[in-house]
Design a protein around this ligand. Structure first.
Ligand SMILES: Nc1ncnc2c1ncn2[C@@H]1O[C@H](COP(=O)(O)OP(=O)(O)OP(=O)(O)O)[C@@H](O)[C@H]1O
Length: 262
């Protein structure tokens, strides 16, 4: 699904990612964690064919960046970006349908088929925002926008889903619904792979299989979730003593008082 080999990414003379190597296989559901500014969104931008590596190689769905038409590639990737740059008052239905064209606005002269419209409404229902299906984007709350963007990401039936802080702005009930929805999506689409960026381990769905820890643009650890989301490795990643626990499939992170890691 994804193979990054020894990737460096430089922007404005700054090395934002350094020597990143990561492989995501079919059906694997990855968590990507790291402190503010570690490079998580930058890494997701490469995985979503939004940017190109400065050095190293990125293969997405078997296609190497730099040798393929990225528009076609993007159609197979569902990318939930919390900074979705839409400014116009498109309805939620229309926002979701832009997932089929991989555009921010409605593509001129493009019309959805009746079955595509029906699918958009089904996904809006799945995300629990049916009442708002025809409301304009500009009036939506942050959580409502987040849910719309997940429906938008799913409409193209992607093979790879990139979720950048999908729980941001969701209230606790909506967050739990989202996590249940992700578990449900995994059951319905077992081959779908995803990478989910979060700041909070509590926001990881129980079906998470793998995790990568990023610090200062470098991968500190990557592998099976139970071997990566450990007190020791998470403490190193955040340079702060954090105790990790898992209960009923969900993770918790608690600061350990009285000690500081350097
Ligand atoms: N165009 C740019 N030029 C220079 N630095 C940049 C540019 N874009 C991002 N950065 C820097 O790159 C670093 C990584 O940013 P990124 O958004 O990937 O981090 P992140 O791990 O997603 O952070 P957060 O958890 O705060 O969302 C940050 O220090 C950011 O300031």
């Amino acid at each position: 699904m994804l193979e990054l080999k020894d990737v460096d990414f430089v922007r404005d003379g700054k090395l934002l990612l350094s020597g990143v190597t990561l492989t995501v296989g079919e059906g694997e559901r990855w968590a990507l964690l790291g402190p503010n500014g570690a490079g998580k969104s930058t890494l997701l931008g490469l995985c979503g064919a939004v940017t190109h590596p400065t050095r190293g190689t990125v293969e997405i769905l078997g296609k190497r960046l730099g040798t393929v038409d990225i528009r076609t590639l993007r159609e197979s990737i569902g990318h939930v970006n919390p900074r979705h740059p839409l400014r116009s008052p498109l309805s939620i239905v229309d926002v979701v349908l832009t997932g089929l064209t991989g555009t921010i606005e409605r593509m001129p002269r493009w019309e959805p088929t009746p079955s595509q419209k029906t699918r958009a409404l089904e996904l809006i229902d799945l995300l629990g925002i049916s009442d708002l299906a025809h409301s304009p984007w500009t009036t939506l709350s942050q959580g409502e926008r987040g849910r719309s963007l997940i429906a938008r990401a799913l409409i193209s039936d992607p093979k790879l889903l990139l979720l950048d802080e999908p729980s941001t702005g969701l209230d606790v009930a909506a967050r739990e619904q989202l996590l249940e929805t992700l578990d449900h999506i995994h059951t319905a689409h077992p081959h779908l792979a995803w990478v989910l960026v979060t700041h909070h381990l509590e926001e990881l769905p129980t079906c998470t299989t793998h995790a990568a820890l990023l610090r200062d643009g470098q991968v500190l650890a990557a592998g099976l979730a139970e071997e990566t989301l450990t007190t020791d490795l998470v403490t190193q990643t955040f340079a702060h003593p954090i105790a990790i626990n898992r209960h009923a499939g969900r993770w918790t992170a608690t600061a350990q008082r009285g000690t500081r890691s350097s």
